[in-house]
Design a protein around this ligand. Structure first.
Ligand code: SF4
Ligand code: SF4
Length: 347
């Protein structure tokens, strides 16, 4: 009976727009808690204080909801149509990560998970909880346990049939569904992602020091970024795709099925982004995940990119922001002006 339900569930998930489905037990990754504790003890979570809270939940999906008997892991593809790294050669523009180019994936994936979950309850009963990038759930180890793919040397999930451009969603259910076999690493001797990282954020394969990662620095980090690191950020103003883009398994990537992930923001001119005030920022990025970081952190990032641009004409854009009410923006503007004027003077 449950085998039939599982087959129907997989078919239904694919119909809904997911690209891959796997199922594991909530306690399928017992080593997660220890790995998370080591990561936090080493301070590699940076300012993401929530990672150090409720670790007994986060490292152990079974404790999160003791009644759950199965975790259904789903992959939703957002593969870019063009090379996401091409914009790095255009210093007058800001590079915005592929995943943030379209509508907010939290909303899109969650809506789909809820529809699928309701369908499952109608078909087989039980109760469900759905999660998308939610603090208490360690989605990547669960997805590997469910056979969706493996956590590569860049620590993201990838698979032999999808590459690595996909979001993860989870449905916890009280139904005891048949489980899938866990996937193992197929990275082999490849080190492309480790070699591509502009800030050397991987202390070792399969380990990330978030404090050096541009994704973390542009999205999560509050206050000024260390000058040594901001100089390495180039024109990346929201996230970073370098380690994902170079993975050779992307030759098997599938096209995105969700129209909402089509690029809406592109690679805007830094000069225009630097002038955004709060209202302008909110209007410009309504419905986008970018809106979550707020104008101040975003303009701080834009000013780092201006400082890294090597374009003296952008100095005039940064100058008025040296007196900005936000101390991080003012600091970034002073840094950008000093860098560009040193270059302009041949220094
Ligand atoms: S996202 Fe960018 S900075 Fe972060 S680990 Fe990957 S390549 Fe390095
Ligand atoms: S780039 Fe190479 S090492 Fe990195 S995740 Fe992909 S296959 Fe693994």
């Amino acid at each position: 009976m449950t085998g039939t339900i599982k087959e129907a569930l997989v078919a239904r998930a694919l119909e809904e727009g997911f690209s891959k489905v796997g199922i594991c037990a909530p306690d399928a990754v017992p080593g997660t808690a220890a790995r998370l504790a080591a990561f936090v003890e080493a301070g590699r979570h940076g300012q993401m204080g929530w990672m150090a809270e409720r670790m007994e939940w986060r490292g152990n999906a079974a404790a999160l909801w003791p009644e759950a008997r199965s975790v259904i892991m789903l992959a939703e593809v957002y593969t870019p149509e063009a090379d996401p790294l091409a914009v790095l050669a255009q210093p007058e523009r800001g590079a915005i990560s592929v995943y943030a180019q379209g509508k907010d994936y939290h909303d899109l994936v969650k809506r789909r998970l809820k529809r699928l979950g309701r369908w499952l309850i109608d078909q087989a009963g039980g109760e469900i909880k759905v999660f998308v990038d939610t603090a208490p759930v360690m989605e990547k180890p669960l997805a590997q346990a469910a056979g969706l793919g493996w956590q590569g040397k860049h620590t993201n999930l990838l698979s032999r049939d999808l590459g690595n451009w996909f979001f993860l969603g989870a449905i916890f259910t009280t139904l005891d569904l048949p489980k899938d076999a866990a996937e193992v690493s197929h990275c082999g001797s490849c080190t492309a992602c480790l070699d591509a990282c502009p800030t050397r954020a991987f202390p070792a394969p399969y380990q990330l020091d978030a404090r050096r990662c541009i994704s973390y620095l542009t999205i999560e980090h509050k206050g000024p970024v260390e000058p040594e690191l901001r100089a390495l950020m180039g024109n990346r103003i929201y996230g970073c795709d370098d380690c994902l883009a170079v993975c050779p398994w992307n030759k098997f990537a599938q096209a995105a099925r969700e129209i909402g992930y089509q690029p809406r923001v592109g690679a805007p001119e830094l000069a225009e982004l630097a002038t955004l005030d709060d209202a302008g920022f909110r209007a410009r990025f309504a419905g986008s995940p970018i809106k979550r970081i707020g104008r101040d952190r975003f303009v701080r990032n834009v000013l780092y990119a201006i400082g890294n641009s090597g374009l003296p004409r952008l100095q005039a854009v940064a100058e008025p922001l040296r007196d900005d009410a936000d101390p991080s923006v003012a600091d970034a503007a002073r840094w950008a002006v000093a860098r560009l004027s040193a270059q302009d003077g041949g220094g």
